[in-house]
Design a protein around this ligand. Structure first.
Ligand code: UTP
Length: 294
């Protein structure tokens, strides 16, 4: 069955990005000049996923406002003859069919995915974490989500994106125990959330892109609170992998975690350098800056 829907869980408290995330959703913090979550909606659309469910919570209404029309702004831009900005403002609500559901309590990432079950129904779907940005591919770069959909279609099983990192870094994520079936694709024998270093089964750290069969909901229903006393998606995947089988895809392209401060700074630089309008002058500035860094 073709995957049409993407779920974007955006109901977390964003404590790693305080104080910026105190009174505004961390998903709305701009990376260059665009809220992080807009990059992720655009990425979903690139992969043909144009039915998007955003899981929100209290204090996140600016996410809904962002993807809605702003008639006053449009009127103002029209009057002022600012055609380019007008076109940009009008394009945002037309990006995709965007729906919302609220997670009433921040019970964990796994729980946020679980609250999507009514909207998703009995079909496969993608989960895309808005903290992570995969820029539009250039030249021979691979786009992650289309690749994952291809793996899903070939195997008919859920697919979890991982990246290879030093083992000491992998333990901050869900870590996969792989059984290789083809280049960059493995069956998941097991998956452990934030394991102690000596128990990490590999250096394959899960990153925020998934394709799931609807059976993940049954698995999450039976998932007890785990690390951090939260319902962890990794624990649901563990059940799913055991009962139905699941695969992992090892991505070696660029995926940037904008939910962490240093990685956010790196993402800002990377995305600015890729911009047609800003890339060259920004590169000149960085070159001027470089000798002053010693
Ligand atoms: P994180 O683990 O990054 O949590 O969630 P967080 O609350 O956003 O951030 P920190 O750790 O406090 O800084 C991974 C994804 O799952 C969502 C988050 O919004 C993020 O996109 N999430 C997490 C929920 O939607 N609900 C939750 O209860 C927890």
């Amino acid at each position: 069955m073709t995957v049409r829907k993407a779920v974007i869980p955006a109901a977390g408290l964003g404590t790693r990005f305080l104080p910026a995330s105190k009174a505004q959703p961390k998903e709305m913090i701009a990376v260059v000049d665009k809220p992080g979550i807009q990059y992720v909606v655009e990425e979903a659309v690139r992969a043909g996923l144009d039915d998007i469910l955003i899981v929100t919570s209290r204090n996140k209404s600016s996410v809904e406002d962002h993807f809605d029309r702003s008639l006053e702004l449009e009127h103002h831009l029209e009057e002022a003859g600012k055609d380019e900005q007008l076109a940009e403002a009008r394009a945002i609500p037309d990006l995709a069919q965007i729906h919302y559901v609220r997670q009433k309590e921040p019970l964990g990432f796994g729980h946020a995915v679980f609250v999507a079950r009514q909207h998703v129904g009995d079909e496969p779907f993608a989960v895309m974490v808005p903290d992570e940005i995969v820029p539009p591919p250039r030249d021979d770069e691979i786009d992650l989500m289309p690749k994952m959909l291809e793996v899903y279609e070939r195997h008919g099983k859920s697919v979890v994106a991982v990246v290879e990192v030093p083992k000491e870094e992998a333990v901050a994520y869900g870590v996969v125990d792989p059984e290789w079936v083809e280049d960059r694709v493995a069956r998941i024998k097991d998956m452990i959330e934030k394991p102690p270093l000596e128990e990490a089964p590999s250096n394959l750290a899960s990153r925020g892109r998934y394709v799931f069969t609807p059976q993940i909901f049954g698995a999450l229903e039976r998932t007890a609170a785990g690390v951090g006393d939260e319902i962890q998606l990794t624990d649901g995947i563990r059940i799913l992998a055991e009962e139905q089988g699941a695969y992992t895809y090892v991505f070696d392209g660029i995926i940037m975690d904008v939910g962490k401060k240093l990685d956010y700074l790196k993402a800002t630089v990377e995305l600015a350098l890729r911009r047609d309008d800003l890339g060259e002058p920004f590169k000149s500035y960085l070159k001027e800056l470089a000798p002053r860094l010693d």
